[in-house]
Design a protein around this ligand. Structure first.
Ligand code: HAM
Length: 424
């Protein structure tokens, strides 16, 4: 019998996990600078939350959800994204009663039954932010620049910011009608999928990658020419705030997102080096979402970034994150008596914050030294019966090869001198 991880999922193994820890640590630090606080919602929710929140006629809800009935006959879905859950939690816990806006962030796994390929998985990880209860366009700019800054912190630059406004419930219906009319007139040139979308969700046609559809789409009426005064003003203000931050963007009136809750600002940050799945992060405003799932008129804006895509983007550009696995000291032991004493020392050193390791396979000195090397040990020390009797041993700097005779009873003090404890 042989088991494999389910298709579209990944084991994240060491030393790769160090990169994940580094990304998470940097995220916690940066997001807290912007005063976003961490929220943790359940991995699964009642299915209806996503049906109503994300929209019935979206790829996610129609085709990609991991939905099952639990033993109490409730329909449950593994979360395909974080926004609907965050708003559900905000409403359920009556956070709207507190000082606003509320600024949350989250990091965790999401699940979508998609066709796996590079940068697209069935279990993937997002880090996301949501700023709730303010319609201030400065927040839109803050959210976009926060995402960009996070990527810059990892060494990623030259990413394209695509920006659009998808209007609101007042101006969008008119635009959708115009678009529908145009698409019907050009139906012959559309793919079957788009033909079926004309009635059900015409905005999604704008996202089609089919060559013939693209020609039709390029000449389609633009939503940015059909915004009501409020939306047009909001969109302009967002751009002004982005200009204040010197953040470059490309206005892309064809940008529509795969989730139906968006209103006004919509954006995607793309890395051309990524190939087909080139969006590192995307997001936008969702001023109607709280109304849709909780009958409360509350604006919100956020983004989510795929951690796997971020890692691919770093890899494509040859950027190494500054992570290193290793131990400060590897104790090479010879004989049972030395092992017991070393085990005691090991415990003492670890308790003082030193990364310390020894042999657990009763190997010879040569093999133990090889292990130390593989572990990137900074120092090694060999302890045998003679060393114990003399209370002295040689500590070796593995990089420089320098050796130093020390009193074994002083090992802890010596390590404190040798290893920069700040860096431990
Ligand atoms: P989304 O565009 O569906 O938006 O996903 C956001 C990001 O998650 C994508 O840009 C991509 O990096 C990553 N992603 C999505 N699907 C996959 C997949 N199958 N495999 C790997 N990575 C993937 C949302 O999820 C919204 N909740 C974002 C948001 C937050 N809008 C407002 N607030």
């Amino acid at each position: 019998m042989k088991f494999n991880a389910p298709r579209g999922t990944n084991d994240i193994l060491p030393p790769e996990t160090l990169k994940w820890q580094y990304i998470e640590k940097k995220t916690h630090e940066l997001f807290s600078n912007y005063n976003y606080q961490e929220i943790r919602t359940p991995i699964f929710e009642y299915t209806e939350l996503f049906q109503r929140g994300i929209g019935e006629v979206t790829d996610i809800v129609e085709k990609e959800m991991y939905t099952f009935e639990d033993k109490g006959n409730r329909s449950i879905t593994l979360r395909p994204e974080g926004t609907a859950s965050v708003i559900r939690s905000f409403l359920e816990n009556k956070i709207y009663g507190q000082a606003q806006p509320t600024k949350y962030y989250y990091i965790g796994p999401m699940f979508r039954y998609e066709r796996p390929q590079s940068g697209r998985f069935r279990q993937f990880h997002q880090l996301g932010v949501e700023a709730i209860a303010s319609n201030d366009p400065a927040l839109d700019a803050e959210i976009i620049s926060l995402g960009i800054r996070l990527l810059q912190n990892f060494g990623l630059d030259n990413l394209e910011v695509h920006l659009n406004s998808v209007g609101c419930k007042d101006c969008r219906p008119d635009y959708v009608e115009k678009l529908k009319k145009y698409l019907i007139e050009n139906k012959d040139q559309l793919c079957d999928n788009c033909k079926s979308r004309i009635e059900r969700n015409p905005l999604r046609v704008l996202d089609c990658k089919n060559k013939s559809c693209k020609t039709v789409i390029n000449d389609a009426p633009k939503i940015t020419n059909n915004l009501c005064d409020n939306c047009a003003e909001h969109f302009e203000d967002v751009q002004n705030y982005l200009d204040v931050l010197d953040l470059e963007y490309i206005i892309n009136p064809l940008l529509v997102r795969g989730l139906d809750y968006y209103t006004n600002t919509a954006f995607e940050i793309k890395d051309n080096a990524l190939g087909a799945q080139d969006t590192v992060f995307g997001g936008g405003r969702y001023n109607g979402l709280a109304e849709e799932i909780g009958n409360r008129d509350l604006p919100g804006i956020g983004f989510a970034l795929g951690i796997e895509r971020l890692l691919l983007s770093l890899e494509a550009k040859g950027i190494e994150l500054p992570v290193e696995s290793g131990v400060d000291l590897y104790i090479t032991v010879i004989g049972e008596k030395a092992k017991i004493e070393s085990f005691k020392l090991l415990d003492k050193l670890r308790n003082e914050g030193f990364r310390t390791e020894m042999d657990y396979l009763d190997r010879g000195v040569g093999s133990q030294m090889k292990s130390a090397d593989r572990m990137n040990a900074e120092y090694t020390i060999i302890i045998g019966e003679d060393e114990l009797n003399n209370n002295s041993a040689t500590i070796r700097n593995m990089k420089s090869g320098d050796e130093k005779e020390i009193q074994l009873s002083n090992l802890l003090e010596e390590m404190k001198k040798l290893v920069d404890k700040e860096a431990v």
